[in-house]
Each structure stands twice: as structure tokens, then as C-alpha cells.
Design a protein around this ligand. Structure first.
Ligand SMILES: Cc1cc2nc3c(=O)[nH]c(=O)nc-3n(C[C@H](O)[C@H](O)[C@H](O)COP(=O)(O)OP(=O)(O)OC[C@H]3O[C@@H](n4cnc5c(N)ncnc54)[C@H](O)[C@@H]3O)c2cc1C
Length: 419
């Protein structure tokens, strides 16, 4: 019996478990999934919790309720991954698992410890994150208590998962504070290491215009160096200080420590894979899917979904001794919640930046690309139900390759790489 080992049962790991249990012959293969947490969190819901739009409990389900019955699940932290020996050692009972094929889908962790002073006196007093369940719940209370002043949203460094989530936060904060009559008393400041609000020129033009209209101050090329909790001040490496009353941080995102301990990742503990096949550059029977790989595509649930289809086909070819045919095109599909009951939708890949148009039906939509609409907002809300359906193993009609149909494409909006 051969072993197909999946590390991580989040978005990517769960999708892989469903697909591979259907594709692999159960007489030849046992699928094992390892995860340290029995709860599954719908992380896209974290953006709504601070503004009271989602109840915290609505984003959690038991992983057991949707992992396929044929899978052997082991609840444990991972200690060591040793691809040269084809083995993984768990923390629980120091159990060693030998594998024939390995999928790493352990996502990323936030690392506020990587910024000097971040975890000092202000952490979870007037400094909060919304990239964790705990952080988003505590931030909801802090926003309720907020009376006005400087509200600073800081992105520490790129890449971060869901790179549009910090933008969504600032737009929702603007809307929320207006509703509460606090906007005139609040300076909203968005500081980012990027040269602008976003990386792609056309999306950036749209988003920068939204910043201007909402009176959101953009502090660009801001590489935070330290936090001085005693003075409520952040400083950048080039000496710019920003005072905050409430600091909302998107800390450094890194792959898990077991990857670092095992010496198998890059500087941020991401696994280096081929950007098309998603196969490890060093070990042909190792694959990294979702946030934990190092490719220049967005780290997002939709992207994990698109990637998993490509990886599943490539693994089957690899097992059959064939050359790998499937290529991931960098496809990303993201709703950007923008407050006031609206959202923007962007759809892009390695070669094509976001453009205007309709999705999914050319000319009909109903979603409008690169425009703020009420329907896009409803699409974002409905996506939650689609997400849970996918976790239960139900196929949804979201093709992994980006379609150009319905998009206003010109030679000016093609590009080299997705970010
Ligand atoms: C605030 C926020 C908003 C977002 N909004 C969107 C959105 O609107 N649309 C979108 O598409 N995406 C969004 N995302 C991103 C999306 O949630 C992730 O990209 C997606 O979950 C990645 O899937 P993954 O499987 O790679 O990682 P995860 O889903 O994070 O899964 C990783 C799994 O590995 C397990 N694990 C980690 N470390 C260990 C260990 N040491 N031992 C054992 N198990 C371990 C974890 O318990 C977890 O189950 C958002 C994320 C955040 C934080």
C-alpha cells in the first residue's frame, strides 16, 4: 500500500483530500491528512467580524464534518519534513510517516514577532490584527470602543495572503465610522510597502481614486521598522513616524516553522515550486498548494482552488510516469468589499492584469469587473456558501484557467507576472 500524505487540512488540503480520494485506487493508496487544529476557519469572513457583519461562530466548522471518510486523519503539529528520506515526523508521539507522494498545504502564519516592538505593551490593547480569528474578534470590541483619532492600517511586508484584504479593511472602516458619526473625528491612514495602493496599474488607478474620494491618506513605500507602544508611534526604516490611536496591523506572513526547522523553504519559509506545475524544484514527489508555495500568484482561497485542480492532474501523471501536462496560469479571482453595500471584483492571471468587463458571462455578468456594484457585494456574501460547499467536496463551476471572454483586454493591460 502506498501513502499519499497531505499536510494541512485548510482550503487547499481539504480540496486535495476530496479530489485524490476520488482519483486514487483505494486498493493501492492510502490518503493521510495531518492537521494541528480540528476546527476549519473561513478566513475570508475575518474581514466582516470587526464590523459586526458576521457573527464569529459563523466562520467555524468541524473539519471532521467534511473531510472524506476514506481519509485517515491525524491531529498533530508537524515537527519535521524530510524529503530526502520521504518522511514526516509529527509532534504527537513523535510518529514518523513514510510517504510516496507529499502535498504541503500548511498555509501561512502571521508573525508580529518579526517587527520590533509590535508585541510590546500595545498588543491587543490598541494594536490588533484581523488575520486570525482571535484578532478579528478582539478588534470588533476595540472598534466599538473607538472614539476617533488616528486609525492606522499598516501592511508590514509583501507577500500577504489575500493582498486585497487590507484594502477591504480600510474601505469598511471608512463606511463603519461614517455610520457611527466618527468619520470627521478620525484620520484614516493606510501605510504600505508598495509604491501605491495595489500592485496592478489598472486596479490601482481605480482603488487610488476610491482612496481620494473617501479621504483616506495613503502612506506609500512605507517599510515599518518598529513600534513604540509607549508613544503610540510606528517608524519606518527611512525615518517616517506615524502616530496612532488604534493600529491595525497586517504582520509579516510566513510559512510554518516546521518548514524552517526542516530547511526546505526560502527566507519566508515558502516552498519553492515550479510556477506552472507546482511541483517542488528539488523533490519530484513533493508538491506545495495554496499559500505555502513561493509562486508570484495571489495567496487566496480561490487561487488554492484553481491550483489544486492543476496539481491533482500533475500528480496523477507523475505517478503514471508521464510528463506533466497541466500548467497553472496564475489565475486569481477576488471580491474587494468596499463598504456602503458594494464590492469590486477583479479577475487576473500571470499575464493579464485586472480589467473592466463582466463575469462569469460575457456581456451579461451579473458581476462587473473593476467596478463597485451592489451585486458584487452579494456575490462576495454568496461565495461563503460556495466555499463551504467546496469543503464538503461539492464541485463548483469555477474553471481553473482565467477566461478572457467578457474582458476589455488591450495591449496596455497585459503584464509579465501576477503579484
Ligand atoms: C482576513 C482574510 C481575508 C481573506 N479573504 C479572502 C477572500 O476574500 N477570498 C479568497 O479567496 N481568499 C481570502 N483569504 C485567503 C484564504 O483564506 C487563504 O488564501 C486560504 O485559506 C489558503 O488556503 P491554504 O490551504 O493554503 O491555507 P489554510 O486554509 O490557512 O490552511 C492551512 C492548514 O494547515 C494547518 N497547519 C498549519 N500549521 C500546521 C502545523 N504546524 N501542523 C499541522 N497543521 C498545520 C492549519 O491548521 C490549517 O488547517 C483571506 C484571508 C484572510 C486572513
Amino acid at each position: 500500500m502506498k501513502t499519499f500524505l497531505i499536510l494541512g487540512a485548510g482550503t487547499a488540503g481539504t480540496l486535495m483530500a476530496h479530489t485524490m480520494t476520488k482519483k486514487l485506487d483505494p486498493h493501492d493508496w492510502q490518503v493521510i491528512v495531518v492537521d494541528r487544529d480540528e476546527k476549519h476557519y473561513y478566513q475570508a469572513g475575518y474581514i466582516f467580524i470587526p464590523f459586526g457583519m458576521y457573527k464569529p461562530e459563523s466562520v467555524i466548522k468541524d473539519k471532521k464534518s467534511f473531510l472524506p471518510k476514506k481519509v485517515k486523519v491525524i491531529w498533530s503539529d508537524i515537527h519535521m519534513i524530510e524529503p530526502d528520506k520521504n518522511q514526516v515526523t509529527l509532534v504527537r508521539d513523535k510518529q514518523v510517516i513514510h510517504y510516496d507522494e507529499l502535498v504541503v498545504a500548511t498555509g501561512v502564519d502571521i508573525r508580529p514577532d518579526q517587527t520590533e516592538g509590535m508585541l510590546g505593551g500595545g498588543w491587543q490593547k490598541n494594536i490588533f490584527d484581523f488575520y486570525t480569528f482571535d484578532g478579528s474578534v478582539k478588534l470588533a470590541q476595540a472598534l466599538k470602543d473607538f472614539k476617533g483619532g488616528n486609525l492606522v492600517i499598516n501592511v508590514t511586508e509583501m507577500p500577504v495572503k489575500c493582498p486585497v484584504a487590507p484594502l477591504e479593511f480600510v474601505f469598511l472602516a471608512d463606511w463603519y465610522l461614517r455610520k457611527r458619526g466618527l468619520r470627521a473625528k478620525t484620520e484614516l491612514i493606510y501605510s504600505t510597502p508598495l509604491p501605491d495602493a495595489f500592485t496592478k496599474p489598472s486596479a490601482n488607478a481605480k482603488l487610488s481614486d476610491m482612496f481620494r474620494k473617501r479621504d483616506i491618506h495613503l502612506e506609500a513605500e512605507y517599510a515599518i521598522g518598529s513600534v513604540d507602544a509607549a508613544r503610540n508611534m510606528i517608524s519606518s526604516y527611512d525615518g517616517r513616524e506615524i502616530a496612532y490611536d488604534l493600529l491595525v496591523t497586517v504582520p509579516t506572513n510566513m510559512g510554518i516553522e516546521a518548514i524552517e526547522r526542516s530547511g526546505i523553504g526560502d527566507d519566508l519559509n515558502y516552498i519553492q515550486v515550479d510556477k506552472g506545475t507546482l511541483q517542488s524544484r528539488r523533490w519530484p514527489n513533493v508538491w506545495a498548494v495554496g499559500d505555502t508555495n513561493n509562486i508570484l500568484a495571489s495567496k487566496a482561497g480561490s487561487v488554492a482552488h484553481f491550483q489544486h485542480e492543476v496539481v491533482a492532474k500533475n500528480i496523477l501523471d507523475h505517478i503514471a510516469g508521464k510528463s506533466l501536462e497541466e500548467q497553472f496560469d496564475g489565475h486569481s479571482l477576488c471580491f474587494i468589499e468596499s463598504g456602503y453595500g458594494k464590492a469590486v471584483l477583479i479577475d487576473f492571471n500571470y499575464d493579464q492584469e485586472p480589467v473592466e468587463g463582466t463575469y462569469p458571462l460575457p456581456g451579461l455578468g451579473p458581476f462587473r469587473l473593476l467596478n463597485e456594484t451592489y451585486l458584487n457585494h452579494w456575490g462576495k456574501l454568496v461565495f461563503k456558501e460556495m466555499y463551504w460547499a467546496m469543503m464538503y467536496g461539492i464541485k463548483v463551476p469555477l474553471p481553473s484557467k482565467m477566461s478572457t471572454a467578457g474582458k476589455k483586454i488591450s495591449s496596455h493591460n497585459r503584464q509579465g507576472e501576477a503579484a
